[in-house]
Design a protein around this ligand. Sequence first.
Ligand code: TRP
Length: 456
Amino acid sequence: MSLGKTGREQWGSKLGFILAAAGSAIGLGNIWRFPYLAGENGGAAFIFIYVLCAFAIGIPVLIAEILIGRSTQKDPVGAFKALHKSPFWPAIGGMGVLAGFVILSFYSVVAGWSLGYVVEAIKGSFYQYTAPDSAGKHFNDLIGNVGWSVGYMAAFMLLTMLVVYFGVQKGIERGSKIMMPMLFGLLIIVTIQGLSLEGSSAGLSYLFNPDFSKINAKVVLAALGQAFFSLSLGMGAMLTYGSYLKKKDNIPSSAVWVAVLDTSVAVIAGVAIFTVVFATKQSPDVGPSLIFRTLPAVLTQIPGGYIFSILFFVALVLAALTSTVSLLEVVTAYFVDEKKWDRKKAVLIFGMACLLLGIPSALSFNVLADSTMFGLNFFGLTEFIASNLLLPIGGFFISIFVGWVWHKATVRENVIAGAEGSFGKYPWLLTTWEIVLKYIAPILIFIVLLSSIGLI
Ligand code: TRP
């Protein structure tokens, strides 16, 4: 990062921004959440709808969000304040900051599991798995242990706080450049291994042969929620990252890059996991434990598997870390920019608060497993509220703002800046983007929201 004319930090290069934004986007959402949601929602049909949502709605909203950030050079609340005088719009920014806080609390639980699995990999625990089910039992024993699950969640939160405390620039921008390619490489090795297993083709057909009769409102809701979650949309994370961009940077092309990288990692992770699930005759719909049951078993069968399993979980931890940092960064940026707090104080206070909120989520897999509301435990409830309500609501209002509220000529001038060769040259691209933001995205999100709260 370098300092701009105003003294505000800026990305060093377009690549720096794409990697940081992809670092935020690519995380547990791709490797942990996407496969288990696909497994719970019927496989290929879900994936088909997901890819459609990510490209047709995700990319336009991603462009809109980055654009608000770049145009105002501010945090989510400050950005809306700068663009509109009614207090309503800054409140939407504030809802995003809150969503970031809630997501961070449950996300850190799973990130903590990944951290714990680095230690399991080092201990060689995966080699004790004799039958496919023993991996599942081992996982259940671990997350059922209060000390293990709360301890690793807390450790992960402290790690996140440490990075944000010392600033994102050098650590995260440089870290993403090393870790993202490494994760990609390791994922491909695991995928090839998965494909070589006998019976893996059943997994591929589960992933790529859609049974369209499986598509219903619940599947579309899950797919749209996941598209927002995976692209880090709807809560101002991409807005905040966009605020470090220079005017001449090309927003549409960066957005397409981020979406393509993000979707590829999700689909590759899906192949890696479902080939193993089907080859070992496990059930695809076991929920959040899916990757922890399947991957360790196959990792140990690869030559050098001991090392690969350690590297894989280390890469997973780092992918998660570049995402949690972007979440805590939004909360921190808000208190630093709007409330003039000292950065370190904001990190300590909100990191600790988030750690406390993470405890009931960590306990949802042991002592609080049976305390449910609407059929969901605390973890499930916070995940549902954030991913299926707050993010779509945020995305809805971001589309409405850019599509309807913001002055049209200003929007056009801003989005074309840096994208003269695409949005500037082909008016149909610009118009399509506007139509999606004006009509398609808000209407679809609205319908999906109504169905998620049971109104239709
Ligand atoms: N996109 C990340 C993932 O898939 C998680 C994440 C980071 C996120 N920042 C976000 C999700 C902002 C929603 C909003 O793992």
